[in-house]
Each structure stands twice: as structure tokens, then as C-alpha cells.
Design a protein around this ligand. Structure first.
Ligand code: NAG
Ligand code: NAG
Ligand code: NAG
Ligand code: NAG
Ligand code: NAG
Ligand code: NAG
Ligand code: NAG
Ligand code: NAG
Ligand code: NAG
Ligand code: NAG
Length: 587
């Protein structure tokens, strides 16, 4: 390792070395050079990059400049005006791990510090960012904008394909934010669009992703995802073609809100995102997949010199439903103890997701020491009928210890169920097009009017999204003595319609009817209306931000023996916007 911090005369020498090619001056092992004019060169014997005040350019790997005319590497929040400015750079730490020397190089901006941990012999670097003073924001990311002739394709867990050519992005075909009709395609009815949102993927289960071509690949491998915001249903952009310049884009969207309601987030000083691995190779996806396996197995990273990072413990326990069943295969989230945000929106600290097993048992490992709120909800399967969620606050995790939560009881509804349409799991899985690959405009394929008959219709007869003027009806029959709620000494009259939405995009309003009585309204817009999550119009097909409603009504006067119906009548509509369904329950 040669960690050189070169002063001005040396910088001159280095710059002239480009012209005269003096190979003896090329350092081996990880290095950091300060050229003295807000320009630094980092890398090792395999790759190097020249970092300026904002952009990292001239990314040399195998003697090839992988950035070329593209913008390069930068860190940015809330759109193009806010690229971070690096005002100084230094070696934060140097060390050796299992015989390999490494340098942790830190670039400082007003908002925080971007670190590159460069090991000898590694094609790429570990990256992490530590907050100092980020503003309240919705989007915070690091990214590469790379040469588009070198990187022609992109890969996520869900897709592996050529990036659409910039020549297909015709201004006259633009239909909304970052969405164009494919030239020659009619658009409408799903398909026929180009949009970066089609290249979204699930954050918490993502293995590796990146851009590649015939000779080069550039990948992100995020082993350990505790620094990301949100729960299991957190989805984000990963890769795309930059629609203004044509660059191949590889995004590390460490804090994104593209598919959720709130984009007003604050971070404590010291919040750390990463380290994750940025990895270069010859374009092989198999090699990137193998590297990802190794990284996942090595997390949390033993080589990382940070005390708080290693203060971790475990949590285990078991959950039983109040009706005696185990809480099987339920989704679990260790989140903020303060419940003022939704699980998807929680973002300030560190978050852990998991599932219970068939017996309702669970264990979280490698959890950063802190106090958490544990939220648990049905992920379908054996628990598809469970509409309640479980919350346990003050789950305290202590470094080096296992927190044992005794067997916990999860109250489930005791009311008599009249019908349920769709599994209760916060997603649209099971319905027509529910969970289809990301595709802009797919909701156009759902009908304006739909009738579902309890007892004969199948779940897939209901469609994943409702966006057109019209009525979706659930018809069901009650026998001679319906008295819906006779158990538990409840009032015979009380019925509750539970409506669970996997997502909702503003621009559609709905009236909810039980027979000929309006039992609820879902109105678009400012509170008490519903707030927007962009999932439905940004190619989402599975989930956006989950919403839960209960509409109680007087069953005695509204329902009758024989045929009855619940009706969702869309009264105002906007193209591609509206309701993404999870489940409807009447009890
Ligand atoms: C900084 O100095 C180097 C070496 O002299 C030179 O190549 C580069 O153009 C300079 N960069 C800026 C931004 O002035
Ligand atoms: C960066 O890589 C290029 C291409 O391999 C090489 O010519 C150059 O000397 C390297 N720069 C440094 C500072 O090592
Ligand atoms: C970085 O500096 C440029 C001017 O060089 C400025 O336009 C930009 O707003 C700055 N970025 C931030 C996040 O302040
Ligand atoms: C690559 O970027 C250039 C602009 O630098 C653009 O003209 C070209 O169309 C892009 N290539 C593709 C395949 O999109
Ligand atoms: C959670 O639900 C999804 C969607 O049905 C399913 O693919 C996944 O396997 C479930 N996870 C577990 C652990 O049961
Ligand atoms: C919980 O968060 C809200 C919103 O940030 C804040 O107003 C409140 O004081 C917090 N409560 C506690 C106990 O920290
Ligand atoms: C249902 O009944 C059980 C047993 O009496 C009780 O523990 C549970 O809290 C009840 N559930 C609800 C939602 O009230
Ligand atoms: C219907 O939605 C449009 C667009 O959001 C809005 O301008 C209009 O006021 C709405 N009409 C009604 C009756 O709600
Ligand atoms: C639905 O909205 C209408 C019109 O704003 C209002 O009169 C009615 O009370 C609402 N009904 C319910 C059940 O919220
Ligand atoms: C509203 O829904 C009707 C179908 O009921 C459809 O014909 C119309 O195009 C929709 N309007 C918009 C703006 O999407």
C-alpha cells in the first residue's frame, strides 16, 4: 500500500506523467492522491477515479474509461440542483484485513461524509455515507452515470435487459413524469411505454444489481439492509437510462420515496448508510451473483472499523393468535419505537425485516443495539384472514445479547365473517394482474364495472386496481336469520366493512355502498382526503403505501335476508390513478 498525499509540485509531476507515461509513478495497492486543486485521485492497482468538487470521472478499469462523456459518480438529494460539493478529502483510516491492505478515504461536504474503502486487489470499493447535516428531504442517493457504449444493459432481481435507446424517448410521446409511449406503439391498455419506473425492484430482498455490457459490469451489492428506510414493501429505482443525456445510470437510492406518501424526512447526525460494495467485473452476472453470496455471508463486515456498527444483538420470540393458531409466516418489522410514521416511512435509524416460521417463532440477528417497536402483520398464506396487526413497543436490543420475548398473544377479530375478497397481506397478489412485473399503465386493463359473487367468483376475478368511473360490486347472500354479529354479546346490528388498500394514487374518489346506503367515502386530496402514493401511476402492480379503513354500519337496517351487495363506486377519475386493492372483508 502506498498512501500518498501529494503536495503541489508532485501534482505537477503526476499530471505531466500522463503525457510521458512514467509507469514507475503508478502506485500499487490502494491509494489516495490530493492534486491540490479540489481534485483527488483514488483507486488501487486495478482501477482509479478522479474526484472533483462534485463529480467522480475518468473511472479507469482495465485501461478503459468507464465514465467517458457521462457525468460520473456523485451524491445528491432532491433533484439535480443539490449535488453535494466535496470541500476536502482525507484518509479516514488505513488498515489491513486478512492480509489485504485498505484505505478508507473520506470526502467531506457540508451535509456529511462520503467514504470509499479501497482494498488492495479489489475491483471496486465499499462505500458508505455518514450524515452531518442533511436537510429535510425525500430523496438521497449516490450514483454512477456511466458510458452508455460500455454499459448497454441493466439487471435487477426482476429484470435483465438492454436499456431502451435514448432515440426512443421522443418529446412528443412523453405522457407523464419520466414516461414515454414507445415509438410506433399505441399506448393505453398497458404495454407500449418506456419508463424508468419499470426498472424498480424490492429493496429488502435485492441481491445485486447494476449495468453491464460485453466487457464490463458495474454492480451494487447491499449486504445488510438495515440503513434503508421502510419495510418489506420498500421498492425503489435501481438502474435506468438518463432521459436527458443517454447515460447508463446505476443508482444507490439509499433513501428514496418514489412509491410512498411522505417525502419529508429528517436524519439524526451520525446516521450511517452502508457500507455496501460497488463492484466492477467483466460484465458477468454469474460472477456478480457469486460475489453477492460472499458479501451476504460476510455481513456485518468484520473489517469495518466503527464501534457503533458492531454493537449488535439478537431478538427472538413466538407469536400466537388469540384464536389459538400460531402466527404463521407473518411479516415482522423491527422499527422505530415511536409510532408516528408508517412502517414504510420510517427512516431515521436502522430497520430489520423478517418473517415468523410455521409455529410463529422468529429471530432477528445482527440488530444494532437500540430500543425498537416490533410490528407484525399477515403476509397471507395461513394468516390471510387476519386483519389485525401486532405491535410491541420497547423491544430493547443489547450488544452481544439475545433479547427473549416471551410467547406473545396477537388479538384477532372475534366477529363473524360474512365474506372476504383477497388475502390480507398488504399486497395485490391474487387479483388479476396483481404482482405482475412492473409495467406502466397496467391498470387500464382493469374494467370500469365489475361484479364479484361471493361463493362462485374466484379471487382473480377481482382486478388489482380500480381507476375508471364505474362500480365494482361484491354480491353476497345472507340466509333467513342473518344477524351478523350475534357472538360475544355484541349488538346484533353492528357490521363492519374492512377495506385494505395495497396502495392509492390521488385523482380518483369513491363512494362505498352497502345496498342502497352510502357507508363511506374515499376522497382524493388533502386531509381528511387520502394522500398520494405514486405506485399505481409509476408502474407499480403489487403495493404502494398500505391503507386500512373500517366502515361500520347498522346491519339491522341495511342488510336483509337474501341478496345483498357492497359497491365501490368511482365518482371521479384520472388516468392511471386510483385504488390498488389488498382485501375487502365484511364482518
Ligand atoms: C487540478 O490539477 C490537475 C493536475 O495539475 C489538473 O490535471 C486538473 O485539470 C486540475 N483540475 C482542476 C479542476 O483545476
Ligand atoms: C489510472 O489508471 C490508468 C489506466 O489504467 C493509468 O494510466 C493511470 O496511471 C492510473 N492513475 C493512477 C494515479 O494510478
Ligand atoms: C454545490 O455547488 C454548486 C455551485 O458550484 C451549487 O450550485 C450547488 O447548489 C451546491 N450544492 C449544494 C447541495 O449546495
Ligand atoms: C448514449 O449517449 C449519447 C449521448 O452521449 C446519445 O446520443 C446516445 O443516443 C446514447 N445511446 C443510447 C443507446 O441510448
Ligand atoms: C410473503 O408473501 C409473498 C407474497 O405472497 C410470498 O411470495 C412470500 O414467499 C411470503 N414470505 C414468506 C416468508 O412466507
Ligand atoms: C414521536 O415523533 C413525533 C414526530 O416526529 C414527535 O413529535 C414526538 O415527540 C415523538 N415522540 C417521542 C416520545 O419521541
Ligand atoms: C377476541 O377474543 C379473545 C379471547 O377472548 C381476546 O383475547 C381477543 O383480544 C379478542 N380480540 C379482539 C380483537 O378483541
Ligand atoms: C375530479 O377530479 C378533478 C381532477 O383532480 C378535479 O379538478 C375535480 O374537481 C374533481 N371533481 C369532483 C366532482 O370531485
Ligand atoms: C360521504 O360524503 C358525503 C358528501 O360529502 C357526506 O354527505 C356523507 O355524510 C359521507 N358519508 C359517509 C358515510 O362518510
Ligand atoms: C374515466 O373512466 C371512464 C370509464 O368509466 C373512461 O372512459 C375515461 O377515459 C376515464 N377518464 C380518465 C381521465 O381516465
Amino acid at each position: 500500500m502506498r498512501a500518498t498525499s501529494v503536495a503541489a509540485p508532485m501534482a505537477l509531476l503526476l499530471s505531466s506523467s500522463r503525457a510521458y507515461t512514467l509507469p514507475s509513478l503508478v502506485p500499487t495497492g490502494p491509494f489516495f492522491q490530493d492534486l491540490g486543486n479540489e481534485t483527488w485521485v483514488i483507486g488501487n492497482e486495478i482501477w482509479n477515479m478522479t474526484q472533483g468538487r462534485q463529480y467522480g470521472v475518468e473511472l479507469y478499469y482495465k485501461d478503459h474509461d468507464c465514465v467517458g462523456d457521462a457525468v460520473g459518480h456523485y451524491v445528491n438529494h432532491n433533484g439535480a440542483q443539490s449535488d453535494l460539493n466535496w470541500t476536502s478529502a482525507s484518509i479516514h483510516h488505513e488498515g489491513t484485513y486478512q492480509g489485504a491492505t485498505y484505505l478508507d478515504v473520506q470526502f467531506a461536504a457540508r451535509e456529511g461524509d462520503m467514504h470509499w474503502v479501497i482494498f488492495a486487489g479489489l475491483a471496486g470499493a465499499y462505500q458508505y455515507f455518514v450524515n452531518r447535516d442533511l436537510p429535510v428531504l425525500g430523496e438521497f442517493r449516490t450514483l454512477w452515470r456511466l458510458d452508455n457504449t460500455t454499459f448497454t444493459h441493466g439487471k435487477t432481481d426482476l429484470r435483465d435487459e438492454a436499456l431502451p435507446p435514448l432515440s426512443d424517448y421522443l418529446p412528443e410521446n412523453k405522457v407523464q413524469d419520466e414516461t414515454w409511449r414507445t415509438p410506433g406503439a399505441g399506448g393505453g391498455g398497458g404495454g407500449g411505454y418506456i419508463t424508468k419506473y419499470d426498472l424498480t425492484s424490492w429493496v429488502r430482498t435485492q441481491t445485486y444489481y447494476g449495468v453491464y455490457g460485453e466487457r464490463f459490469g458495474s454492480w451494487y451489492i447491499n449486504a445488510g439492509k438495515d440503513y434503508y428506510n421502510g419495510n418489506h414493501l420498500k421498492q425503489e429505482l435501481m438502474i435506468h437510462r438518463e432521459s436527458k443525456t443517454g447515460d447508463a445510470v446505476q443508482l444507490s437510492m439509499i433513501h428514496g420515496t418514489h412509491f410512498q406518501v411522505s417525502a419529508v424526512d429528517e436524519f439524526p447526525e451520525g446516521k450511517m448508510w452502508g457500507p455496501w460494495l460497488w463492484y466492477l467485473n467483466d460484465g458477468s452476472r454469474e460472477d456478480a451473483a457469486q460475489r453477492a453470496q460472499a458479501e451476504f455471508a460476510a455481513w456485518p463486515y468484520a473489517w469495518f472499523e466503527d464501534e457503533a456498527y458492531h454493537q449488535r444483538g439478537s431478538v427472538q420470540g413466538q407469536l400466537l393468535l388469540s384464536d389459538g393458531r400460531p402466527a404463521a409466516h407473518a411479516a415482522m418489522f423491527l422499527g422505530d419505537n415511536n409510532q408516528s410514521k408508517t412502517a414504510l416511512d420510517m427512516c431515521s435509524d436502522y430497520y430489520y425485516t423478517g418473517y415468523t416460521d410455521a409455529e410463529g417463532r422468529f429471530e432477528f440477528q445482527h440488530v444494532r443495539a437500540a430500543a425498537y417497536g416490533l410490528q407484525v402483520w399477515s403476509n397471507g398464506s395461513e394468516m390471510a384472514d387476519v386483519t389485525t396487526e401486532f405491535l410491541r413497543k420497547d423491544v430493547v436490543v443489547v450488544a452481544g445479547e439475545t433479547t427473549e420475548l416471551a410467547t406473545m398473544a396477537w388479538p384477532v377479530s372475534n366477529k363473524t365473517r360474512i365474506f372476504q375478497v383477497g388475502d390480507f397481506d398488504r399486497t395485490s397478489y391474487g387479483f388479476a394482474h396483481g404482482g405482475a412485473p412492473y409495467e406502466h399503465g397496467l391498470v387500464e386493463k382493469c374494467p370500469a364495472d365489475l361484479r364479484f359473487t361471493v361463493g362462485t367468483s374466484q379471487t382473480e376475478d377481482w382486478c388489482f386496481g380500480q381507476s375508471k368511473l364505474g362500480s365494482w360490486v361484491i354480491s353476497f347472500s345472507l340466509d333467513q336469520s342473518p344477524a351478523p354479529c350475534q357472538r360475544e354479546g355484541r349488538s346484533n346490528e353492528e357490521a363492519t366493512l374492512i377495506m385494505s388498500l395495497a396502495g392509492y394514487s390521488t385523482g380518483a374518489s369513491s363512494r362505498v355502498w352497502a345496498n342502497d346506503v352510502v357507508i363511506g367515502n374515499l376522497t382524493s386530496g388533502a386531509a381528511p382526503g387520502l394522500l398520494n402514493d405514486p405506485s399505481l401511476y409509476r408502474a407499480g402492480t403489487t403495493a404502494g403505501e398500505w391503507r386500512y379503513f373500517e366502515f361500520p354500519f347498522d346491519a339491522g337496517t341495511v342488510l336483509r335476508p337474501g341478496d345483498n351487495e357492497i359497491r365501490f363506486e368511482v365518482t371521479n377519475n384520472t388516468t392511471w390513478r386510483g385504488f390498488m386493492w389488498d382485501s375487502v372483508v365484511l364482518e
